[in-house]
Design a protein around this ligand. Structure first.
Ligand code: MTE
Length: 386
């Protein structure tokens, strides 16, 4: 149950993108899943979490209003771009404090990246795990532009003791909640595609996505890409706050549901796994006609998609799907398969991706207590009408 204060905060955040629907009040109290005006699924009002309905996945680049939103805290209530600065400190020779104007003096770089929340698909974990019950749509692809984090760190001069880079955003942290602070290894921070991004799909970031600047750590779980950046600190070791440990960690070995795992037997989650989802037909749909366009998207974090296969007979036989022409190093590939059902009836359609590292989407996901990195083959049930 959300508090009235949280509800008012969340609805005022929603008002930025949708006109607030009267249903919201009722749904907020009951905790039901409801839709905003753009049809996004509101997964949480307390901290404003929006999921893209999978049917919206039609284009390689996700329009910003359809891009999922994941907040662990309240979004900053005031953000003044003219006043905004990001500090760069810690294990550096020359600490910096940069304004947006200062950032614009660095070379501009763009990366088309598929951003996926580590908890996407959690709702499908069996047995059930707690947390935001994302289904397929806590994922989207956008062209992020900004400056290379590497260029900024080099200007500050990273000392040889610098091993991790910590990000801290301007989230408003409720009492008793640890702040959303995480770190990435220095090697990933110095990668030519890791950004301090100020733009998404060619326009300034919207508030929901981290305005005026966010980290963009391509190919990695969304949690690595800190929004509303205020502080970048080079550390001599991995940051050890709540969102690094126990948050966002996986057991080193698969564990049984309910089995305890020691912190030293876990590791932080970094890059995304191999995964595909079916966008059309929807689960439970009735389809007509002799040709059904089955389509979706597939991604693999830092690896490339090698192939997507589709089964229309519950996994007995597999057909190669056609991959879309549009591609970029960290971006998903759209795929499609033209299915000609031989008869009317009920069918289970399954998609399965394989990546350039030889990883194949598994038939069931590795169970873990937080339901991270769910990537089992996707399946939908459809009824074909005569
Ligand atoms: N950055 C801050 N400051 N606060 C947050 O709560 N959420 C993270 C990440 N960056 C978060 C954050 C998580 S868990 C994800 S999945 C992505 O932002 C989501 O980015 P988006 O909301 O732009 O889609």
């Amino acid at each position: 149950m959300i508090s009235r204060r949280d509800f008012l905060k969340a609805t005022s955040a929603l008002a930025g993108v949708f006109s607030v629907h009267p249903l919201l009040a009722w749904a907020g109290e009951s905790g039901l899943v409801i839709s905003g005006e753009d049809g996004m699924i509101v997964r949480s009002l307390r901290f404003f979490d929006l999921e893209m309905p999978v049917e919206y996945l039609k284009a390689w680049i996700t329009p910003v209003p359809h891009f999922f939103v994941r907040n662990h805290m309240h979004e900053p209530s005031t953000l003044d771009a003219a006043e905004w600065r990001v500090s760069i400190g810690g294990e550096v020779e020359k600490p910096l404090s940069l304004s947006l104007e200062d950032l614009e003096k660095f070379a501009l770089h763009s990366v088309t990246n598929t951003l996926e929340c580590a908890g996407n698909g959690r709702a499908f974990q069996q047995p059930h795990v707690p947390g935001v019950q994302w289904q397929r749509g806590a994922v989207g692809t956008a062209r992020f532009s900004g400056v290379r984090l590497r260029d900024v760190l080099q200007r500050a001069g990273v000392k040889t003791t610098g091993k991790h880079v910590m990000f801290h955003g301007l989230d408003e942290v409720p009492a008793k909640v640890p702040p959303f602070v995480r770190s990435i290894p220095i090697e990933k921070a110095m990668d030519a595609d890791t950004l301090i991004a100020t733009k998404m799909n060619g326009a300034a970031l919207t508030k929901h996505h981290g305005y005026p600047a966010r980290a963009l750590v391509p190919g990695w779980i969304g949690a690595a890409s800190c929004k509303w950046l205020a502080e970048i600190k080079v550390l001599d070791k991995e940051f050890d706050g709540n969102f690094m440990s126990p948050g966002y960690r996986m057991p080193n070995q698969p564990i049984k549901p309910g089995e305890a795992v020691k912190p030293e037997d876990t590791h932080p989650i970094t890059a995304l796994g191999v995964k595909s989802i079916i966008a059309n037909p929807s689960d439970g749909a009735t389809v007509k006609g002799r040709a059904v366009q089955v389509h979706g998207a597939a991604w693999a974090g830092e690896a490339d998609i090698a192939r997507v296969e589709v089964s229309t007979d519950s996994g007995s036989t597999w057909n190669t799907a056609q991959l879309g022409k549009e591609q970029a190093r960290y971006a998903w590939r759209l795929w499609s398969y033209s299915w000609k059902p031989a008869k009317a009836g009920d069918f289970v359609l399954i998609s399965r991706a394989t990546d350039s590292q030889g990883r194949v989407q598994p038939s069931s996901a590795v169970w873990n207590p937080s339901g991270y990195l769910y990537n089992a083959v996707d399946q939908v049930k459809v009824h074909v009408e005569a």
